[in-house]
Design a binder for this molecule. Structure first.
Ligand SMILES: [Zn+2]
Ligand SMILES: [Zn+2]
Length: 333
């Protein structure tokens, strides 16, 4: 929601006079035409300083009774009240001020020159405010519509001409799952490289055969060097997404895939996820299997996590890839 800021909040001087405006057809967008301090993108106090400077220029330089704009919007999704609703603005050009309220977008011809998503939201907030409080109509135009000026500059004007669309909202964060394990420790490295270095031949009917011959290449010591798989040096939750590809089947051959827990010597402990289940898939028309495995499971420092393959082909097949493209370890209490 756009925050509507009072004149006092940005330190406005009192107007010398005001002229009543009963209603308007809509709003017109403006830019400063000059330099806008890039600090206004991060620091709202810089926005207030800028607006005070504009008011000073309009009152002292132009000799106007107040800042010329009805509202000023910035990159903090804030709309600062200038002359405000039901007051004649001064910024639209001679004879045009009774037609539209004037909204300044805090961009200029140097420094900040591009309208941001937050400015677009704030512009909508200002327009809604002027509709509700100032009887503004639905029109949205730029200063240059009907007046010889380059205002509101290319970025704001292109947006206005496109219909002033609201920016798409970013996806909402999901509420935390109370059953989820604790947040991962900042120190925990992400697994960046894990999997096979070379293709390997998988003979038929071998149950739970682990096939990770290359390991996570971390430098933080999260598992001992020279291992064959995820081998943490403390008890962790492991989140793993692994891709497996095999070739050499007859189309339709059955294949079972799993993420399995092993002892350090390779002895199978159990199927780690999901709940002891394996993925059963069929070879495609090219005699290939491509499958992603996703697992979330506890892994003790005595365990290793691996991809396991068992298949019902008549002969040997070739395991081309068994790689984790995502793997994160979380400490658990
Ligand atoms: Zn203008
Ligand atoms: Zn601001």
């Amino acid at each position: 929601m756009t925050v509507i800021e009072s004149r006092a909040s940005w330190g406005a001087r009192r107007p010398r006079s005001t002229s009543y405006l009963a209603s308007a057809r809509g709003v017109k967008a403006h830019y400063t035409g000059g330099h806008v301090d890039p600090a206004t993108l991060t620091d709202h106090d810089a926005c207030r300083v800028a607006v005070r400077g504009i008011q000073r220029g309009h009152m002292n330089g132009n000799g106007w009774s107040d800042i010329g704009y009805s509202m000023v919007v910035c990159g903090h999704d804030r709309a600062m009240i200038g002359r405000g609703p039901h007051v004649l603005p001064a910024a639209n050009g001679a004879g045009l001020n009774s037609g539209h309220y004037a909204i300044l977008v805090l961009v200029g011809s140097s420094g900040v020159t591009q309208i941001t998503p937050a400015m677009k939201k704030a512009f909508h907030g200002a327009r809604d405010y002027l509709r509700e409080r100032g009887s503004a109509g639905p029109e949205v135009k730029g200063h240059r519509d009907g007046y010889a000026t380059d205002c509101p500059g290319p970025s704001v004007y292109a947006w206005v001409k496109a219909g002033a669309p609201l920016p798409a909202d970013p996806p909402k964060p999901q509420p935390p799952d109370p059953a989820a394990p604790p947040e991962e420790d900042e120190e925990m490295p992400e697994i960046v490289s894990l999997g096979l270095e070379d293709e390997v031949v998988v003979p038929p009917g071998v149950d739970y055969q682990p096939w990770w011959t290359a390991e996570w290449k971390d430098t933080a010591g999260w598992h001992p060097p020279g291992g064959q798989s995820i081998a943490p040096n403390t008890d962790v939750w492991a989140d793993v997404v692994a891709h497996v590809s095999l070739r050499g089947f007859t189309p339709g051959d059955l294949v079972r895939l799993g993420l399995t827990r092993h002892q350090a010597d390779g002895t199978l402990v159990d199927v780690a996820w999901p709940n002891g289940r394996l993925w059963t898939v069929r070879a495609d028309l090219d005699g290939r299997v491509e499958h992603d495995l996703a697992g979330h499971f506890k892994l003790s420092s005595a365990n290793r996590a691996r991809v396991s393959v068992r298949h019902a082909a008549a002969g040997e097949v070739v395991l081309e890839t068994a790689s984790a493209f995502k793997g994160i370890l979380h400490r658990y209490a």
